[in-house]
Structures are given as structure tokens and as C-alpha cells.
Design a protein. Structure first.
Length: 134
């Protein structure tokens, strides 16, 4: 198998996973990246989703919980967090579970980051008609 063939296969596998998890939001990110850094767009799809997200060690909902926690802890990642809150809903997490994960994160990464993450989640919930969260 050539490097080009392997590269194309990894991308195709990643695109399938990305579409299933992130839907249109993921495609929009990749398209926007393609205008400025096609290679970064390729790596996000091929490596991030084709090699990592497609692994069998964690279920998609568990991967999203981990991702929500890490993006919350990092702070300053609200655009990516918005995509992953949507993805979390797409893979079966409830708004209540997402809010609970962000509340839990406050213990480890502080209130400012948990607040920013929660307000990002609120924006997504509002867009999807999921407010109020009970």
C-alpha cells in the first residue's frame, strides 16, 4: 500500500467518524481550516478521528465526556467546546449530564473555566431548543 493510499484511507475513516459524531459542525470546521491550512484539516480528520476517535477502547459518549473535561480545564477553547457540546448531544449525552460534567470540572480547574464552559453549553442548548435544563 502506498503512503498516498494509506493517507486517503485514514482520511476516509476519519471523515466517517467525524460526520457521525459532529455532523455539520465538524464539516464546517474542516472546511474553514481547508482555506488556510489544508494539512491541519487533513490531520484533524485522519489522525484525530481516523486514528484516535475510531479506536474501540472508549465509547463515543465517554470520549466526549473526556473531551468536555479537557476543553473546560484548558480554558480559552470555547469555539471547540461548542462543537463538542453538540457532539456530546449527538452521541447520547443529555444536557443534564453535560452540565454535571462541567460542574464537576469546577472542582479541578476552577469556577472561571467551568462558568465559561457552562455558558458555552447554554448557547448550544438554546440553539437546539433544550433550555431550560432541568
Amino acid at each position: 500500500m502506498t503512503d498516498t493510499t494509506q493517507r486517503q484511507q485514514r482520511f476516509a475513516r476519519g471523515k466517517t467518524v467525524l460526520d457521525a459524531i459532529d455532523g455539520e459542525a465538524g464539516a464546517n470546521v474542516i472546511e474553514a481550516l481547508g482555506e488556510v491550512s489544508p494539512e491541519l484539516a487533513h490531520q484533524v480528520v485522519a489522525w484525530g478521528f481516523g486514528d484516535i476517535y475510531s479506536r474501540s477502547g472508549l465509547e463515543p459518549r465517554d470520549r466526549q465526556l473526556v473531551t468536555l473535561g479537557m476543553l473546560t480545564a484548558l480554558g480559552g477553547c470555547e469555539p471547540q467546546l461548542e462543537v463538542h457540546v453538540n457532539a456530546s448531544l449527538n452521541v447520547g449525552l443529555t444536557p443534564q449530564q453535560i452540565v454535571e460534567a462541567m460542574l464537576h470540572a469546577a472542582v479541578y480547574c476552577g469556577f472561571p473555566r467551568a462558568l465559561n464552559a457552562t455558558f458555552t453549553a447554554k448557547k448550544v442548548f438554546a440553539e437546539r431548543g433544550l433550555l431550560p435544563v432541568e
